[in-house]
Design a protein around this ligand. Structure first.
Ligand code: NAI
Ligand code: MG
Length: 337
């Protein structure tokens, strides 16, 4: 089976870590006769904007919209102009962000193993901001029952399929919100998510997001799957990234009903871009999520195992205290496949 994968490296270390992820996909395809990838390369980001005036050319949007899945690196200053439309191109309603501490990596909380399921289309990121006067700016927050329920349905399926950290359909999820203050918007979100869980017979508990931000670093082992509104999911998942050893490790998936986009959580890392020293782990784990999304669950697990073994035994990049370059680490992962 040949899958069409759009490849958008973007700026900075996107141009270093995405080729690493593609090398891993190639190795997987080579080991599996029934699996093949047809890559369609497309451009986005600061450099394209400088050259053409547009950070996300129409052709790139179309490429992502029509591919089976997209692998995206990062964009610099134009990140919001690139990633928000790209998420729309693939019809994504949920951002899946696993944060897991790996053996051999110096983590603040080595017992961390959580997956954030973040609402991906509305909340305070819906883009309704206004400058009303020299003194006053406002933001309109958007919460719909339909988007809240769509996210909750996904969360229930995710848990039921045993895709949570515990791998147990019984593990349920936690919904983090601030419905005691934002009674209307988060109130609606909370009510709909809990209602769907109840309808589906999935065990769900809730936390106020500020209390959650205290409890997670104190004892991450009490959480598994965490369902959040957009901004909360962004911030809390970055908090979890800090617990497991940094941004170079975290993959993410923007999932829609019949398309998806996979990207490392990190940005373009201008401080190390062009030096060949970026950690490819987040991008490679994003490729593992892409494999799973396309139905190749065993291949995805193999990639994860290979990454885990390299993290434990080395070689490691500088952010993890090693001295290896991106290519050396990638070759080690490919070697284990
Ligand atoms: P960043 O994630 O690019 O870098 C933060 C720190 O983490 C830096 O010290 C960097 O060297 C390090 N780091 C990140 N990824 C790494 C990796 N794979 N290996 C080793 N070290 C790594 O975030 P920052 O500095 O806030 O943003 C830089 C640029 O990236 C900005 O222009 C921002 O707009 C953009 N950005 C884009 C995103 C996207 O396209 N999805 C997401 C976040 C930021
Ligand atoms: Mg973020």
């Amino acid at each position: 089976m040949t899958h069409e994968v759009a490849v958008i490296e973007g700026d900075g270390i996107g141009q270093e870590v995405i080729p690493a992820a593609v090398a891993v996909l190639d190795a997987v395809a080579e080991a599996n006769e029934e699996l093949d990838f047809a890559y369609v390369e497309a451009e986005a980001g600061d450099a394209v904007k400088e050259a053409t005036g547009e950070a996300l050319p129409e052709a790139t949007y179309e490429t992502a919209a029509s591919a089976d899945a997209t692998l995206f690196g990062a964009a610099g200053e134009t990140a919001a102009d690139v990633i928000l439309p790209l998420r729309e191109a693939v019809g994504s309603f949920v951002n899946v962000r696993p944060a897991r501490a790996y053996p051999g990596v110096d983590a603040v909380r080595p017992e961390t193993d959580v997956v954030f399921l973040r609402e991906n289309t509305e909340g305070v990121y819906a883009g309704h901001e206004d400058r009303l006067s020299d003194d006053l700016s406002t933001l309109t927050r958007v919460t719909t029952s339909s988007a809240s329920r769509e996210l909750a349905e996904f969360a229930c399926e995710f848990v039921a399929d045993g895709r949570g950290p515990a791998g147990d359909p019984e593990e349920g999820f936690t919904v983090a919100h601030k419905a005691n203050v934002m009674r209307e918007t988060d109130g609606r979100f909370r009510e709909e998510v809990l209602a769907v869980a109840e309808e589906r017979g999935v065990d769900a508990d809730e936390e106020l997001m500020d209390a959650f931000a205290t409890k997670l670093p104190l004892d991450p082992s009490q959480y598994g799957v965490v369902v959040c509104p957009n901004l909360a999911g962004d911030v809390l998942s970055d908090l979890a990234a800090g617990l497991v050893g940094g941004l170079g490790l975290l993959p993410s998936a923007n999932v829609g009903h019949d398309n998806a986009l996979f990207e490392p959580v990190h940005g373009t890392a201008p401080d190390i871009a062009g030096e060949g020293v970026a950690n490819p782990t987040a991008a490679i784990l994003s490729a593992a999520m892409l494999l799973e999304y396309l139905g190749h669950v065993d291949a995805g697990a193999n990639v994860r195992d290979a990454v885990e073994s390299v993290l434990e035994e080395g070689p490691r990049t500088g952010d993890l205290g090693g001295s290896a370059g991106t290519e050396e680490v990638t070759a080690a992962v490919v070697g284990r496949l």
